[in-house]
Design a protein around this ligand. Structure first.
Ligand code: GLP
Length: 261
């Protein structure tokens, strides 16, 4: 696992955007796995800026989002389809037909989950998967204790997640309790993973993900198994890391081709 500690969320997001932009330039028809939540917003703003000012071209890019709430139509302002359209897709030259998000309103959710996996395979697999981190160690909506080999499926959201995400719904009861999410196994199949986590509330989860045991109770710890995973944290979210100096040392001694800035 490559651990990169940056001063703050802003510089961390700019670094993340550079990693993705480099991928898009090297492989214009790449398949990106995308995430929602507060964390990647600044990264998406930077990708939009790169598209506008530097001509970063998304016309041949395909995307698959990690997850979607069950029961929310694309028109609902808290659906992840709506989030992606408002915060990224409508600002860049991506073909909407190439953007995939699980359909939380499908009549048969099981069929939708299987079809989502098949669509990822048909697209050639995910080249780079962007991830955020839940305070309880979740990735996508893979909550603690779920299988580390799971595939896209319907998950019951934990109380912690309801607490963390319900503010935007107005109340806890207005927030769906179920979601479709890529499984941990689906995420680990991506050729590369890029996880961002910032701020003091994520410090404990960051420490468990990077330095804790590989354990289903912290789904993000499964990234320890991934041959090419990069984790970008800031000083605050990295504050509980026991080996922070080691990660800084590695970062400072990278060969030129291993650097992103
Ligand atoms: C959400 C999403 C995750 C996200 C995480 C953190 O519930 N399902 O994909 O990474 O929780 O969210 P935030 O970035 O807002 O802290």
């Amino acid at each position: 696992m490559e651990v990169i500690i940056r001063k703050d969320a802003d510089t961390g997001c700019l670094l993340g955007a550079r990693i993705i932009a480099r991928y898009v330039r090297e492989k214009p028809n790449c398949v990106l796995g995308l995430a929602t939540g507060r964390t990647p917003l600044r990264l998406y703003q930077e990708l939009i800026r790169m598209h506008r000012d530097e001509g970063l071209d998304f016309s041949r890019v395909t995307t698959f989002n990690l997850d979607e709430y069950v029961g929310l139509p694309a028109t609902h302002d808290q659906s992840y389809r709506y989030f992606m359209r408002e915060n990224l897709f409508r600002h860049i030259n991506i073909d909407p037909a190439n953007t995939h998000i699980p359909d939380g309103t499908a009549a048969d959710l099981h069929t939708e989950c299987r079809a989502y996996e098949e669509r990822i395979i048909a697209a050639g697999g995910i080249d780079l998967q962007l991830l955020g981190l839940g305070r309880n160690g979740h990735i996508g909506f893979n909550e603690p204790s779920g299988s580390l080999r799971s595939r896209t499926w319907i998950k019951i959201l934990s109380e912690q997640t309801l607490q963390d995400n319900s503010d935007v719904f107005g109340s806890r009861s207005a927030m769906p309790r179920h979601a479709i999410t890529m499984g941990v196994g689906t995420i680990l199949d991506a050729r590369r993973c890029l996880l961002l986590a910032f701020g003091p509330p994520k410090a404990r989860a960051v420490e468990r993900m990077i330095e804790g045991p590989l354990a289903a109770i912290c789904p993000a710890s499964a990234l320890q198994l991934h041959p090419r995973s990069t984790v970008v944290v800031d000083e605050a979210s990295g504050s509980a890391l026991q080996f922070a100096d080691h990660y800084r040392w590695i970062d400072a001694n990278k060969l030129p081709w291993q650097r992103y800035d």
